[in-house]
Design a protein around this ligand. Structure first.
Ligand SMILES: *[C@@H]1O[C@H](CO)[C@@H](O)[C@H](O)[C@H]1NC(C)=O
Ligand SMILES: *[C@@H]1O[C@H](CO)[C@@H](O)[C@H](O)[C@H]1NC(C)=O
Ligand SMILES: *[C@@H]1O[C@H](CO)[C@@H](O)[C@H](O)[C@H]1NC(C)=O
Length: 252
């Protein structure tokens, strides 16, 4: 579990070239099988991992990051639900429609949310995510989940879902840490993973969960490890609270 800077503004691309993550979800460990049973792995239509996660919120709706579906169509993607192994078990479902948030910007990364409606419903035994408020997790624990790269020398995405603990931080603290790198909007929430660990390539769209009540309070959006600073900036996630109405209006 590490970096998600692959898509983005030219500024971030430039930063990526000078930034070198040391450890990722890197630093993540394999999640217990049932830790985030609503987590969905996005696959390309040939069955390969699409380098993104998502969460099942109704039997026919998956939320993911808008950046994960940029240039994709409902026939170019599928999803595996009900399995912590992205390559086997559970059920592979087809998409009916991709609804990328209309205000999503590849430049600012703002409004990084998309809703996938499924052609067939996920089986009844796959639990649905409950969306909670990130504010409840500020100063306390969250867990990020993803199938992203687990360290910088890793070339293959892990098959089993990984988890990385972090602490939710205020919007002000986050904006301050990202100052001169990237603007942090109201649509973004942030957490601090332990030193030299971060959400990474392949983790985008995956759940950020409040450990106190198990609710999903964010979707992994972007992160960076800047070797010049010898420390990571906080990981940035989509603020699901902000989108509650949009989600309700579009979910089926
Ligand atoms: C989407 O397509 C545009 C135009 O072809 C391209 O410039 C851009 O890099 C693509 N973005 C992604 C995320 O694939
Ligand atoms: C990176 O991850 C791979 C696969 O998970 C593992 O085999 C390798 O030992 C790890 N390398 C480091 C430096 O941790
Ligand atoms: C997230 O969105 C909610 C609802 O718009 C807002 O009140 C909150 O300040 C935003 N940011 C954080 C860090 O919760």
């Amino acid at each position: 579990m590490l970096n998600s800077i692959t898509y983005g503004s030219s500024l971030l691309c430039l930063l990526l070239s000078i930034a070198k993550p040391i450890h990722a979800l890197d630093g993540g460990i394999e999640a217990p099988t049932n830790a985030a049973p609503y987590a969905a792995a996005l696959l390309s239509s040939d069955g390969d991992f699409h380098k993104c996660g998502g969460v099942l919120i109704t039997p026919q709706t998956i939320l993911t990051a808008a950046s994960c579906v940029q240039n994709e169509t409902s026939s170019s993607l599928k999803a595996r639900v009900g399995s912590s192994d992205r390559t086997t078990s559970g059920t592979v479902v087809n998409l009916d429609e991709i609804i990328q948030h209309p205000q999503y910007s590849t430049k600012t990364r703002d409004y990084d949310l998309a809703l996938l409606s499924l052609r067939e419903a996920a089986p009844d035994n796959v639990p649905l995510a409950v969306i909670g408020d990130f504010s409840a997790a500020i100063g306390s624990g969250v867990t990020m989940y993803g199938w992203g790269l687990t360290n910088y020398s890793d070339t293959e995405f892990p098959k089993k879902l990984q988890q990385l603990p972090a602490v939710g931080i205020t919007a002000e603290w986050c904006a301050d840490e990202w100052k001169n790198i990237h603007a942090i909007s109201n649509r973004m929430v942030c957490d601090w993973p332990p030193t030299e660990k971060a959400a990474w390539e392949g983790d985008k769209g995956g759940p950020v969960v409040n450990v106190l009540d198990g609710s999903v309070v964010g979707l992994i959006s972007f992160s960076i490890y800047d070797t010049n600073l010898k420390k990571a900036v906080p990981d940035v996630h989509t603020n699901l609270t902000y989108f509650k109405n949009w989600i309700m209006d579009n979910a089926i």
